[in-house]
Design a protein around this ligand. Sequence first.
Ligand SMILES: [Zn+2]
Length: 104
Amino acid sequence: MFSRSRVPRSEQDPHQGYVAGRYRDGSLSDDWTEARRCADRTFVRYVARCTCGWIGLDDAPDERGAERCERDWRADHQPLASAVATALNQPTAAPMRAGRVGRP
Ligand SMILES: [Zn+2]
């Protein structure tokens, strides 16, 4: 889920996207900072971030940039995060065996 406002973080979902702001010193705001609500010029760029640590590309610090950050998270990170979660929750198809793989 992409958080547009400050919402309680789900402890079961390590992937919650948000729009972070890049400060003038290069550091990024955290997931508790609603970058869009901060005063103008607080941030020099907007950046898509995820609570797991993933960071997307920088974009303009305006509403369109924030929307592109959301889209980046949904298109670039969320599908991969979901695929990994699904793979980790599936039992292995065949038991792992020691030894050679392929021709006997
Ligand atoms: Zn994530």
